[in-house]
Design a binder for this molecule. Structure first.
Ligand SMILES: Nc1ncnc2c1ncn2[C@@H]1O[C@H](COP(=O)(O)OP(=O)(O)OP(=O)(O)O)[C@@H](O)[C@H]1O
Ligand SMILES: [Mg+2]
Length: 232
């Protein structure tokens, strides 16, 4: 059966939310809050943070493709944790596209700079960002390193949410997209963000998420400490 075109399906466009910020600035916490009430979610979960939040874990992309096909338009919240390389990310993106065409989903991609490049979107990721939105697929694209990943995630964003950053060049780059003075970005504290909705004329708005103070003991509900900097 040929897949239907977006026009035949007549769905509202999806949104691309791009979330940038330093490690531990609040990106994952804000993405988790954003999809809290979503019934069909597929996460590229490079650190395995999402399973602790009730997501079904998938560690095998072939099994994932079968699982999604069996699910069809049923609800499921699945976090995919496989070695992060471009091939696996391409396969994940293909799965997201296929499942999202059956019925809309939210596709969440953690740390894009590990699996995409500035000038070349991996094939199926490119298809997802350019074409998936037309199928009503919502995408949440997350990165610590906005200048090192596929630039369409900034260029095509419906919403850009920026948490505090470390590199001055990242701050300047993101301030330009937000249309704010770089000082507004450098002034961001932990959990604070600036968010611009490109679908409206509204200037970037400031917001804050509730950040829990990390506990000293390892807790599976906390994001993995493996990729974090030493405690300050
Ligand atoms: N469920 C939660 N609710 C509130 N705060 C949390 C929660 N889980 C973790 N935190 C705290 O929020 C802070 C930000 O964590 P978060 O995982 O969002 O960072 P991040 O920006 O995704 O970082 P990274 O790039 O390293 O993944 C951390 O200090 C963490 O201890
Ligand atoms: Mg995170």
């Amino acid at each position: 059966m040929d897949p239907q075109t977006p026009q035949q399906l007549n769905r509202a466009d999806g949104t691309l939310t791009t979330i940038v910020g330093a490690s531990r600035s609040g990106k994952t916490v804000s993405a988790l809050a954003q999809v809290r009430n979503e019934r069909r979610v597929l996460v590229w979960d490079y650190q395995g943070q999402w399973v602790a939040h009730g997501f079904e874990e998938s560690t095998d992309l072939a099994a994932l493709a079968d699982r999604l096909e069996a699910l069809g338009n049923s609800p499921a919240r699945i976090a995919v944790r496989v070695p992060f390389n471009e091939l696996n990310f391409d396969l994940w993106s293909e799965c997201a596209m296929a499942w999202g065409i059956v019925a809309p989903i939210v596709a969440v991609a953690e740390e894009l700079a590990d699996v995409t490049r500035v000038n070349k979107a991996v094939q199926w990721w490119g298809a997802l960002v350019r074409g998936g939105l037309k199928y009503g697929i919502d995408i949440v694209a997350i990165t610590q390193r906005p200048q090192e990943c596929d630039k369409t995630v900034l260029g095509n964003a419906s919403v850009l949410r920026a948490f505090r950053m470390v590199k001055p060049s990242d701050e300047a780059h993101v301030a330009e997209y937000l249309r704010v003075a770089v000082e507004a970005v450098t002034a961001l504290g932990n959990g604070e963000y600036l968010e611009r909705d490109f679908r409206t004329e509204t200037p970037a708005q400031k917001g804050k998420i509730q950040i829990r103070t990390p506990r000293p003991s390892a807790n599976p509900a906390e994001p993995s400490p493996s990729a974090d900097p030493p405690p300050r």
